[in-house]
Design a binder for this molecule. Structure first.
Ligand SMILES: Nc1nc2c(ncn2[C@@H]2O[C@H](COP(=O)(O)OP(=O)(O)OP(=O)(O)O)[C@@H](O)[C@H]2O)c(=O)[nH]1
Length: 262
């Protein structure tokens, strides 16, 4: 490769349950790095572009650098099983604003099991918050166990919800067999500085060519609310093999995995 040829931007996924603070974390990363890095953001929402609008209104980046993907019924499908729309959005963003350093991709608010495909992102952050309860970190699952970074977010709320943050971080570290865990609050400058340093260190290894994208693994079986189902929803699993066939033959928003609907 000729000298000074820019490498592709680092693609960094941010996943986690609804409302744990994914958009806010992305806004925090943008605020702390926008002066020194060229950034872009892609959001995934089921039927709206609400997260993209929130980030544009936060004024952390030029609005054109924030793009929305509408995923249809199952947000995790667009970040794991058929990533075409997200890949195209990332490539468009990188072409339109070349060269970019980092593209942050936010998953749709989802349950505990959603993870990004390593074909879409180079590294991923999984976000929990203290308001979800101190024992969530112990429950494990692919994102909690094997994302590149687990964030225990909104630590400023811990005294109000009776959560022992050091204990929650210790439990998470055990569940993650020592992988990185960060206790974060957007109002705690020291924790924001740690998040910023983590992003910079991953970017540095990406640029050196030493960063290896990890696959946290397929989603565990999980429940989907569906008011047309007799029990108010259904449990389904993502069979990787079926997922591959689906990838080859169907648009990204059609869901065709094995599930327990009768
Ligand atoms: N106290 C406190 N509140 C926070 C923090 N970060 C985010 N929030 C609040 O938590 C709520 C949810 O934050 P979002 O960033 O929208 O969460 P999200 O995970 O992107 O939500 P979805 O996209 O709906 O899944 C908002 O009211 C935020 O203001 C934090 O560090 N401390």
């Amino acid at each position: 490769m000729p000298e000074n040829t820019p490498t592709r931007a680092l693609r960094l996924g941010v996943a986690g349950p609804v409302g744990t603070g994914k958009s806010s974390l992305i806004a925090t990363v943008c605020r702390s790095l926008a002066d020194e890095l060229r950034l872009g953001v892609i959001t995934n929402d089921i039927y709206t572009d609400e997260d993209a609008r929130f980030l544009r209104s936060a004024g952390v980046l030029e609005p054109e650098r924030i793009r929305a993907v509408e995923t249809g019924a199952c947000p995790h499908t667009a970040i794991r099983d058929d990533i075409t729309t997200n890949l195209l959005a990332a490539e468009d963003l990188e072409r339109d604003f070349a060269p970019l350093d980092v593209v942050l991709i936010e998953s749709g608010g989802d349950n505990l099991t959603a993870t990004f495909s390593p074909a879409l992102v180079d590294a991923q952050i999984f976000v929990l918050d203290v308001a979800g309860g101190g024992d969530v970190a112990r429950k494990g699952g692919p994102g909690i166990g094997r994302a590149d970074l687990l964030v225990v977010n909104k630590t400023d709320l811990a005294p109000y919800v009776g959560v022992d943050v050091p204990q929650m971080v210790a439990d998470a570290s055990v569940a993650r067999q020592g992988r990185a865990v960060l206790a974060l609050s957007r109002s705690d400058a020291a924790s924001v500085a740690e998040l910023r340093a983590w992003v910079l260190s991953v970017l540095e290894s990406h640029r050196r060519g030493t960063h290896v994208p990890q696959d946290p693994g397929p989603m565990a079986p999980h429940f989907h609310a569906d008011e047309e189902q007799p029990e108010g929803g259904f449990v389904h699993t993502h069979d990787e093999k079926i997922g591959d066939e689906h990838h080859a033959s169907a648009p990204h928003h059609v869901h065709s995995h094995s599930d327990s609907r009768k």
